[in-house]
Design a protein around this ligand. Sequence first.
Ligand code: HQG
Length: 186
Amino acid sequence: MNELNNKNSLVSHSKFLSLVLRHNPQRIGLTLDEAGWARTDELLACLQKSSHPMSLAQLQRVVAADSKQRYSFSEDGLRIRANQGHSIQVELGLSAQQPPDVLHHGTATRFLASILEQGLTRQNRHHVHLSDSLDVAATVGRRYGQLAMLVVDARRMHADGYVFYRSDNGVWLTDAVPPRYLKVQA
Ligand code: HQG
């Protein structure tokens, strides 16, 4: 099976992995442990009966080629999980870290009024997602429409006791960002 040489197919397989490792493992009869890990052999067996069957080599390719490094194997390769972005309850075990002074959050202009009133809240995910890269934040924001860029005063939030985590693929995570730490970037 060599259809995974095609970029679209890699993306489609990565999206399916996101679905089962972040949101709906039951969809293919998979179970995750409390830290979000699936056994690699179990995942492959479940995928075999799904719309996205993969060999181990193909799974490794999807993981390695993923544009945001969304998935990680355990060191021994026996387990695999999504690095962040879950909607189901998992405890990733990330430790708190000091954030950079400034972080970015790209969103759509139509969400701005509500965000400036309520702050950034985590919606369906576990955390609010922030980036140290303007480019990444812009790409994230454009997914939802016309881009609005928010600058987060992470230095002051941290000084005020807010806790930040960094996922294995470099996304900054926090529970919420109150409006007083936000500025719309012109
Ligand atoms: C907005 C992708 C109204 C928030 C990306 C965002 C990211 C509010 C949307 C990751 C609000 C939630 C996360 C409020 C927040 N009122 N709207 N009070 N607070 N919002 O997808 O940050 O491809 O859950 O601005 O790369 O866009 O999945 O969050 O527009 O890292 O790997 O509500 O998803 O990664 O949307 O993206 P999301 P996000 P993956």
